[in-house]
Design a protein around this ligand. Sequence first.
Ligand SMILES: CC(=O)[C@@H](O)[C@H](O)COP(=O)(O)O
Ligand SMILES: NCC(=O)COP(=O)(O)O
Length: 244
Amino acid sequence: MTRHLRLGVNIDHVATIRNARGGLHPDPLRAALMAAEAGADGITAHLREDRRHITDDDLDKLVASISLPLNLEMAATDEMLAIALKHRPHAACIVPERRAERTTEGGLDAAGQHNTLAPIIGRLKDAGIRVSLFIAPELRQLDAAAKLGAPVVELHTGPYSHALTDEEIAFELARLHAAAVHGAALGLELHAGHGLTFDNVGPIAAMPDLHELNIGHFIIGEAVFTGLGPAITRMRAAMDAARQ
Ligand SMILES: CC(=O)[C@@H](O)[C@H](O)COP(=O)(O)O
Ligand SMILES: NCC(=O)COP(=O)(O)O
């Protein structure tokens, strides 16, 4: 397997730490610039409706200052659509949001929300933004994404990352593998992410149909101990080793 598996570094949780004090430090833009130096292939940021981490000001600065492709994660709302169209990031990944959730709990219901998603996807694509849908690894969701004309899907690896027993892990990996194979057959570009760590990234990175992983929370947490650059370098190495 030779294809380079891109690593998108999600910098949301640099903003989470900053916002705990309400000041300016640590700055997610600085993290994005350091991620580029450390070999990241892209930057991911989720502008949540409640602005609990990344803010509009952060997004302005990222768009103005980074040279890596920006993947803006966004809810399927008119407000977020307007923001995406204003900034025209390289990619927009549509994610489900529930205000009270601690983190993104499930995948987008591409199958059940066709009529809501279709015009948003159309507007983003017309603006030249590469659209991705963050979905659970379910075949019907992949079929729905293809029907909606989304060129990319990101498979939600949260249930895999949080699985505790060998049986659960094997079950979740099998779902992800089947979804990746099915998505590739549909002509979708496949990404994956959520909850990935040094210890669990290997079996995901080894899936030949994947093009990109987006990883944030663990890398930012690990950066507390080792620094951001080394945490990214080590994640990159773990992905490359699995890809051999
Ligand atoms: C969709 C996704 O997986 C990321 O946006 C992640 O959710 C970021 O962290 P929070 O879920 O804490 O916003
Ligand atoms: N889309 C997933 C993402 O951006 C990162 O998720 P996590 O590594 O912060 O859990």
